[in-house]
Design a protein around this ligand. Structure first.
Ligand SMILES: Nc1ncnc2c1ncn2[C@@H]1O[C@H](COP(=O)(O)OP(=O)(O)OP(=O)(O)O)[C@@H](O)[C@H]1O
Length: 677
């Protein structure tokens, strides 16, 4: 493979001086980092044995795979993996600006690694830091730590799927109907449907009710769905169902990977619950007693006390966190994983939510005939219909969302239930999101060209419409903030957001932040930074750490406003405060001096925006060739918008994003077999 290194800094931090001659060209080509080379060197020394050249490449590539989010290296896919992520030189390029690296075939890698002392152990000691296994995707090479974590996940999932909670089906039906209402229209807790409608409470979808049956009948449930499909609304009712079934007061643990997601989960569950007893939600780290650099306090031998644990935003969970969660929950406690498997995955290694769903589709999840029969009963009790029982002609009386086909039945039987009906995004955005998830680039292009309501593609050379919308947003924010109207300022804050793939550069967060301050005429001679943002009313800010003192979490967005309630001496300026939204209509104010870790938030990265939604969103796509340009990034970005999305990019960039999936290798999706055992 020939790699174009013309644009690469010859003095980049990542270049290793005196590198191993086998790996040196890989490092110079930017395919392997200093960390990858360092690991090979260290492991080689520890084993006390000589590693073959091909084994060295394999070990370094395994490290690289983990750095890029995979949990293992798929040996048969190395060439595709490297070609899809790096700038491979095309056509004629000046000789000195290219590096040639020879990529060993999957077979060569396998043969070299199968006899590598780091895999087999060596006379110098039992050290076996790498594991080589066979799978349906070909041989996989793991760093031992990730192999162990995947093993924990696989064994806990299989063990929990092999047995079911001892619950009486009639009691379950009664509990589900009490929490979700029955299909014939009785509302929860026996209220009449009219009374429920009057109270403004949404009518439950049959699929949401089915989730109640599934969660009551299994130890692990995965509740999947796009934004606004009612996942949290359903979780609150699942908890009510389980409370109804339980003879004692349930100990419920609510958690999410980030502080902000946990705070949002707590407030949404509280607003949906009829029981007024609050349930606290905490971060996954805090639930597990897991401090940086140490093992979690709760684990297999010291399990969590909870009877039910709900993990929200599971797509953001790393494999390490997932293995710790599964290890720490009592075998007789229920676990409910909630999230959107199509969203961007964790910043660390693993894409566990997507894997949990994919392993069912790959026939890897354990289901039994009895389990399927029970699910068929639940489907009928929830008011849904099997596809076999519906004729070929569409029946206007049958809601298509309440029809279960064989693939859906397999997933539900394995405890994976997907809510499909969006209750928040505009239909245009939902249609586009579905086409993106299907990977149908032609349809995406056709939808965007046809002027889908709420979706506008803006060429980066003609930003006028975006400028108008964004400027209005910035000025509305400023007016409300100057007037000291916190409620209006917070409402304005969520009306728009600019989301970028990259942090730096003209088309990144920094470039757009500068652009917006210029458009709104609020740019000063100082660039907009954390500290200058805090000294100007109307600036949106994003908190970047969890801080108990100020009761703010990493990811919280607030707005700097005039504190018109403060007492000031005549002639003195009205001081500033930062307002944060809390729950449906609450406001939390913090003095700017108490917030040390914040950044300006007119624009933010798409990664950061996960779990949030805004009225309108401007999505700035990265150029073709950017490693970040993927289907998951595009889906995550556009579904942050409730009513309007402006996509800044060309049709070519848009379709390139749809065509490229995040490639994360993992052994969770297919059965694996250890070699040599
Ligand atoms: N069956 C339903 N009919 C009508 N509205 C519903 C229904 N279920 C939920 N909703 C409403 O849809 C909105 C979104 O619900 P919810 O917050 O539970 O979604 P979610 O999937 O958890 O969203 P996200 O995770 O993206 O925040 C809420 O206003 C909720 O009241």
């Amino acid at each position: 493979m020939t790699v174009d290194i013309a644009g690469r800094d010859r003095f980049a931090d990542d270049l290793v001086l005196g590198a191993d001659p086998v790996l040196e060209p890989w490092n110079r080509a930017g395919l392997l980092s200093a960390a990858d080379l360092h690991l090979v060197d260290r492991l080689g020394r520890l084993s006390g044995e000589r590693l073959s050249d091909t084994a060295k490449v394999g070990v370094a590539l395994a490290m690289r795979a983990v750095r890029r989010g995979s949990t293992c290296l798929a040996l048969d896919q190395v060439t595709e993996l490297l070609a899809s992520t790096e700038s491979v030189a095309q056509g004629s390029v000046a000789q000195e600006s290219v590096v040639d690296v020879r990529i060993p075939s999957g077979r060569e890698l396998f043969e070299a690694l199968a006899v590598c002392p780091l895999v087999t152990g060596s006379p110098a000691g039992p050290l076996r830091p790498l594991v080589l296994v066979d799978s349906e995707d070909g041989p996989l090479l793991y760093l031992h730590k990730y192999f162990r974590q995947e093993h924990i996940i696989r064994s806990v999932l299989d063990e929990r799927a092999a047995r079911v909670p001892d619950v009486d089906p009639d009691a379950v039906r009664e509990a589900v109907y009490a929490a979700f209402g029955s299909p014939d229209g009785d509302s929860p807790d026996g209220d009449s449907p009219d009374k429920d409608a009057e109270a403004g409470s949404p009518r439950v979808d049959a699929r949401q009710r089915l989730a109640g049956f599934v969660a009551a009948g299994r130890w692990i449930t995965v509740l999947a769905g796009g934004p606004g499909t009612g996942k949290t609304f359903t979780v609150a009712r699942i908890l009510a169902t389980l409370e109804h079934l339980s003879e004692h007061r349930l100990r419920i643990g609510l958690c999410a990977p980030t502080g902000r997601a946990a705070a949002q989960l707590e407030s949404s569950v509280a607003s949906y619950r009829r029981d007024t007893t609050p349930i606290r939600a905490v971060t996954v780290h805090s639930l597990l007693g897991w401090r940086p650099g140490a093992n979690p306090r709760y684990n297999r031998t010291n399990t969590l006390p909870h009877d039910v644990v709900v993990v929200d935003e599971t797509s953001m969970l790393s494999m390490t966190a997932m293995s710790y969660v599964l290890d720490a929950i009592r075998p007789d406690a229920r676990i409910i994983f909630v999230g959107d498997p199509h969203q961007l995955e964790s910043v660390d290694a693993g894409a566990v939510l997507a894997d949990l769903v994919d392993r069912v589709d790959a026939g890897e999840a354990t289901t039994t005939d009895a389990g399927r029969a029970r699910v068929r009963d639940a489907i009928a009790s929830a008011g849904m219909t099997m596809a076999d029982d519906v004729g070929d002609e569409p029946d206007p009386d049958v809601d298509p969302d309440s029809v279960v086909d064989d693939a859906d039945l397999a997933r539900i039987s394995a405890g994976v239930i997907t809510l499909r009906r969006g209750h928040r995004n505009s239909p245009g955005i939902a249609t586009l999101a579905a086409a993106i998830n299907d990977g149908d680039a032609d349809r995406v292009a056709e939808l965007v060209r046809s002027g889908l309501p709420g979706v506008v593609l803006i060429d980066p050379t003609g930003l006028d419409p975006v400028q108008t919308a964004v400027t209005k947003w910035g000025l509305d924010l400023q007016a409300a903030a100057e007037a000291g109207d916190d409620v209006a300022a917070l409402a304005a804050l969520n009306r728009h957001r600019v989301l970028c793939a990259h942090r730096e550069g003209r088309w990144g967060v920094q470039g757009w932040t500068d652009q917006i301050t210029e458009w709104t005429g609020t740019a000063s001679y100082l660039p907009l930074t954390a500290s200058t943002a805090m000294s100007q009313a109307g600036r949106p800010v994003l908190v970047t750490v969890n801080d108990k003192e100020t009761d703010t979490s990493n990811g919280d967005c607030g707005v700097v406003i005039r504190d018109v309630r403060a007492t000031v001496a005549p002639g003195d300026p009205v001081p500033l405060t930062v307002a944060f939204a809390r729950g449906e209509s609450g406001v939390h104010r913090v003095h700017p001096a108490r917030l040390s870790d914040v950044v300006p938030a007119y624009a933010m990265t798409i990664h950061r925006s996960q779990g949030s939604q805004y009225g309108a969103v401007t999505v700035v796509l990265p150029p073709i060739g950017s490693e970040l340009l993927t289907r998951e990034l595009l889906y995550t970005a556009i579904t942050r918008a409730q009513t309007e999305v402006w996509i800044v990019g060309t049709l070519d960039v848009l379709t390139a994003a749809v065509d490229r999936r995040v490639a994360r290798a993992s052994g969770l999706r297919s059965r694996i077999r250890a070699l040599g055992d």
